[in-house]
Design a protein around this ligand. Structure first.
Ligand code: PXP
Length: 245
């Protein structure tokens, strides 16, 4: 199986910085460490309320191009204009509600085709690869294909949040969605809530070519350092990708 592209989400480096309103810790410095640790891309979510990543962060991450930038964004005119200005390597369209603590569910691609199709087209014309962050449901995958996305990112939150004994049905949904998406010609990504404990079963799904992981690693960094936390994640993922004997 092909090696998984590992995107590291650095939003919560910015959360910590913003807690004091200063410049430390700097997400750009974190992005440089992602490269040192063997990550393949940097993922950052510019939220409408700018609660973590700022416009200046996106500008710096795009300008410095330490690693390809995957910009997570809502499908709004403001975000599309920003993305078209910076032309990140990739854009991942996510749903956004102001009150939520984090991205709570997948995008309703099936219910918003008319709104999403022109957004995807504009981002692709600007040169970005576009993915839609969706729940692992066949109707959403088919809609993503119709909308013209390059990829889907499967929301792994329900799987990660389930008690270990209840995870199998969520994994089955992820496997079925991954198979369906790959058959339709979509690139298959996954992310949200992944940890050392939950990542292996997802990384073992052969159609998945990219994982985006953030909160757990920024938390682990407090105890073992950012580079060591990412290196261990890389190892767990790569091991899960090896054929089982
Ligand atoms: N992928 C997407 C689309 C996300 O919105 C997020 C959270 O911002 C992640 C991956 C990373 O999730 P986590 O921080 O829980 O690892």
């Amino acid at each position: 199986m092909e090696r998984i592209r590992l995107g590291i989400n650095i939003d919560h480096v910015a959360t910590l910085r913003n807690a004091r309103g200063g410049v430390h810790p700097d997400p750009l410095r974190a992005a440089r460490l992602v490269a040192v640790a063997g990550g393949d891309q940097v993922t950052a979510h510019l939220r409408e309320d700018r609660r973590h990543i700022s416009d200046d962060d996106i500008a710096a991450l795009a300008r410095e191009a330490v690693l390809p930038l995957n910009m997570e964004m809502a499908a709004t005119d403001e975000m599309v204009a920003i993305a078209c200005r910076h032309r990140p390597f990739a854009c991942c369209i996510v749903p956004e509600r102001r009150q939520e603590l984090t991205t709570e569910g997948g995008l309703d691609a099936a219910g918003q085709k008319a709104h999403l199709a022109p957004v995807v087209a504009r981002l692709r014309e600007a040169g970005s690869r576009v993915s839609l962050f969706v729940d692992p449901e066949i109707a959403q995958i088919e809609a993503a294909r119709e909308i013209g996305a390059d990829a889907v990112e499967l929301h792994t939150g329900a799987y990660c949040d389930a008690p270990p004994d209840d995870r199998e049905c969520h994994l089955e949904a992820l496997r079925a969605a991954a198979r369906c998406g790959a058959e339709l010609g979509l690139e298959i990504h996954a992310g949200h809530g992944l940890s050392y404990e939950t990542v292996a079963a997802v990384a073992a799904i052969p159609e998945i070519v990219e994982l985006n992981i953030g909160h757990f690693l920024v938390g682990e960094a407090i105890f073992v350092g950012f580079v060591a936390a990412i290196e261990r994640m890389r190892m767990v993922i790569d091991t899960a990708r090896q054929p089982q004997r």
